[in-house]
Design a protein around this ligand. Structure first.
Ligand SMILES: Nc1ncnc2c1ncn2[C@@H]1O[C@H](COP(=O)(O)O)[C@@H](O)[C@H]1OP(=O)(O)O
Ligand SMILES: [Mg+2]
Ligand SMILES: [Mg+2]
Ligand SMILES: [Mg+2]
Length: 357
């Protein structure tokens, strides 16, 4: 590992890999009562909490000065002792494993020892940073696509480093994504690393010494070849608007639906010829969270694509924990991005959605 942010890359990769070991193990043993429904009706499991505990423990020891914006907080664990005990057990199983020197892991990152419940809950709550425009901060989604995780579909462990509101490093672990998109039924588990100015690379998810990273380059598709990449969740996708945009552009292929930021990885890699990540506001006032887009957007940009909102404006990661007013997120190859934005604007006008798109 060389170049700028080499230390941050190494720490982030180790943290995401260890968290993925945890989520994979939990999926095989998840039992009733280990999933809660949050205030916004979304699910959260012991795996989300313990993955955040693992990653925040590692980040806090490696970079003590850095604030973290993490999706979860420990409030529900403080009032539910059986859930708390399970999270402590799961996080410790992963943190206790001795540091693997051959992949650059260090004991100073909090590895190779057991942590108390208080320490792990405090680590989860370290993710409460409010965000902002200046300085360094990490953005963490311990499990992005919890619904995908629960149904055995796609999900992603997502970590980004932002400096002055710009994403500089993105690391995404996708335990259920096929390693080779040409063999969709083949071995699964891929890790994606993007560093600004240094490209996007795919590595094997299990830690391996001297892995051979594969550099990803988005294919430049013509409009007629495009296929949209959309959420599986109907509540997260403006399906009617998406269909009209497809018609306006002349995109005839049925969209590829996938949970989580695995979509950004799939787009960067060209899986299934998906050529456009399309996420428009659903009109329920939902604000996009920065941990849902920071690492994924860099994966696409560093593979040669463009990521903006539906007006063609850059995403603003300096507004706090959310992206502010929701104008959606559109990611596509440089050759087609502008045409997609034009089609969205045309459909927005025809549907009387001026100001919302
Ligand atoms: N109404 C909504 N519109 C868009 N995204 C949403 C909405 N509700 C939740 N999400 C978020 O979408 C992400 C999943 O994206 P996708 O649907 O593309 O897989 C999750 O992080 C989820 O948040 P949460 O983690 O709170 O469930
Ligand atoms: Mg999540
Ligand atoms: Mg998420
Ligand atoms: Mg969630």
């Amino acid at each position: 590992m060389s170049g700028t942010l080499a230390a941050e890359q190494q720490v982030a990769i180790a943290a995401v890999r260890r968290a993925c070991q945890l989520t994979t193990a939990v999926f095989n043993n998840l039992v009733k009562g280990e999933t809660l429904v949050k205030g916004d009706k979304s699910p959260v499991t012991v795996a989300d909490f313990s993955a955040q505990a693992v990653i925040n423990t590692i980040l806090t020891h490696a970079f003590p000065e850095d604030p973290i914006i993490g999706e979860e907080d420990a409030a529900d664990l403080r009032s539910n002792t059986s859930l708390r005990d399970r999270v402590v057990q799961l996080a410790n199983e992963v943190l206790e494993a001795e540091p693997q020197a051959d992949v650059g892991e260090q004991a100073a990152w909090g590895l190779g020892r057991t942590w108390s419940a208080d320490e792990l809950l405090a680590a989860i709550d370290k993710g409460n940073y409010e965000g902002g425009r200046s300085g360094r901060m990490w953005a963490l989604d311990p499990i992005d696509g919890t619904k995908g995780f629960l149904r055995g579909g796609q999900y992603a462990v997502c970590l980004a480093l932002l400096v002055n509101a710009r994403v500089e490093l993105g690391v995404i672990g996708c335990p259920n994504l096929p390693i080779d998109p040409a063999s969709p039924d083949g071995a699964r588990g891929a890790l994606f690393v993007a560093v600004r100015g240094q490209g996007t690379h795919q590595l094997p998810l299990p830690p391996a010494p001297s892995p051979a990273p594969v550099r990803l380059q988005m294919r430049e598709l013509r409009i007629a070849q495009l296929r949209f990449l959309e959420s599986v969740e109907k509540a997260h996708a403006a399906l009617d608007t998406n269909t009209r945009i497809a018609q306006t552009l002349g995109v005839g292929r049925y969209p590829m639906r996938m949970d989580s930021q695995a979509k950004y990885a799939a787009l960067a890699r060209g899986d299934g010829d998906g050529g456009v990540y399309l996420r428009l506001p659903t009109g329920v006032g939902y604000r996009e969270k920065i941990w849902d887009h920071a690492p994924g957007s860099l994966l696409v940009e560093e593979a040669g694509g463009l990521v903006t909102d539906s007006r063609g404006q850059p995403l603003d990661f300096g507004l706090g924990r959310t992206l502010g007013e929701n104008y959606g997120v559109i990611a596509a190859g440089k050759g087609v991005h502008r045409k997609v934005i034009e089609a969205i604007q045309q459909v927005g006008r025809s549907m009387g959605m001026t100001g919302r798109l």
